[in-house]
Design a protein around this ligand. Structure first.
Ligand code: MTE
Length: 304
């Protein structure tokens, strides 16, 4: 398997720009900076205009990460000692150029930028988070997918010694998710390396997680170690755990209820004592950008 040498392919200016970017992030951290970005993001998502960033403390203490337990506070309580260095990610399967790349190389080669996306959890709550990341398509293109690559499978780390939840058969470990190749190649789909201008906290999926803003939050696999290009539609851990409740596509859709509850509204985490509910929007507000990926498909069919 070919290992990428950063110096072979990354022009020096990208590296320098990344440095500058990270420096700016550090200097600019504060409410002014956050406010500006909220305004910027509003143009890309009609739903964003009324949205406020969720406080860092909620983003990092109210989590779903079943490898560390099923309680919302389990991930922050139990993941602090989880080792994320060294960390390699393998991109293989239906590719001409399989890659094994270290997390350090990823950070050097693919400069992170800020993207403010709302994470809409299938449980009926949401948070607006300033993520740091880069389009997944940038790394996929380096592996040169073959024409048999119709889907992308994401495999998270398997480490029951460090992850207490993996000692129990709660899900089909390691955590698995999938996207169709055009969804994976879409510019809105990012690999996340940080949030709020900082390194990604362990409880949020360090060192590398997926974020697909028009899909339910469970599509955003944490602690990814393998990205596999495949010909057949992969079965995700959620599809396997509960085939009557979870399908492959899982696009945010307020008109299709989860079999056990409605998806019409969402509770805004950290929105005050009363925890306001707001209407959930089709594709989480990204219809203009992504609806065309699903032309001709019946979007009412059980999460698809
Ligand atoms: N990734 C892994 N590896 N394990 C998980 O249990 N939970 C998913 C997703 N990614 C999960 C995961 C679910 S259900 C949600 S809603 C989001 O992570 C939560 O992300 P957050 O904790 O950063 O808000």
């Amino acid at each position: 398997m070919k290992k990428f040498k950063y110096s072979e392919i990354t022009p020096e200016n990208i590296y320098k720009n990344r440095r500058k970017f990270i420096k700016n992030m550090g200097l600019a951290a504060g409410s002014m900076f956050i406010g500006q970005n909220l305004v910027t993001s509003a143009s890309a998502n009609t739903n964003k205009e009324e949205l406020k960033l969720t406080d860092y403390r909620y983003v990092t203490t109210y989590n779903n990460y079943y490898e560390f337990g099923t309680g919302k506070s389990n991930p922050v309580e139990r993941s602090q000692k989880f080792k994320t260095t060294p960390w390699d990610v393998v991109i293989d399967g239906e590719v001409e150029n399989p890659i094994k790349i270290s997390m350090d190389e990823i950070l050097e080669m693919f400069p992170s930028e800020e993207r403010i996306y709302k994470l809409r959890c299938v449980e009926g709550w949401s948070m607006v988070i300033p993520w740091l990341g880069f389009p997944l398509n940038k790394i996929l293109k380096k592996a040169l997918p073959t024409n048999k690559a119709k889907f992308v499978k994401f495999i998270s780390v398997l480490d029951p010694e460090q992850m207490i939840g993996q000692r129990f058969p709660i899900l089909d470990w390691p955590y698995k998710e999938g996207l169709r190749i055009d969804e994976a190649m879409h510019d809105l789909t990012i690999l996340v390396t940080g949030l709020y201008g900082k390194k990604l906290p362990n409880q949020n999926g360090a060192p590398l997680r997926l974020m697909v803003p028009w899909k339910y939050g469970f599509k955003s696999s944490k602690a990814i170690v393998n990205i596999k290009l495949v010909e057949k539609m992969p079965t995700s851990s959620w599809m396997k755990a509960s085939p009557n409740e979870y399908g492959f596509y899982s696009n945010v859709n307020p008109t299709v209820d989860h079999p056990r509850w409605s998806q019409a509204t969402e509770r805004v985490i950290g929105g005050g004592i009363i925890s306001p509910r707001i209407p959930t929007t089709m594709f989480n507000g990204y219809g203009d950008e992504v609806a065309n990926l699903y032309t001709g498909m019946d979007l009412k069919k059980k999460f698809l």
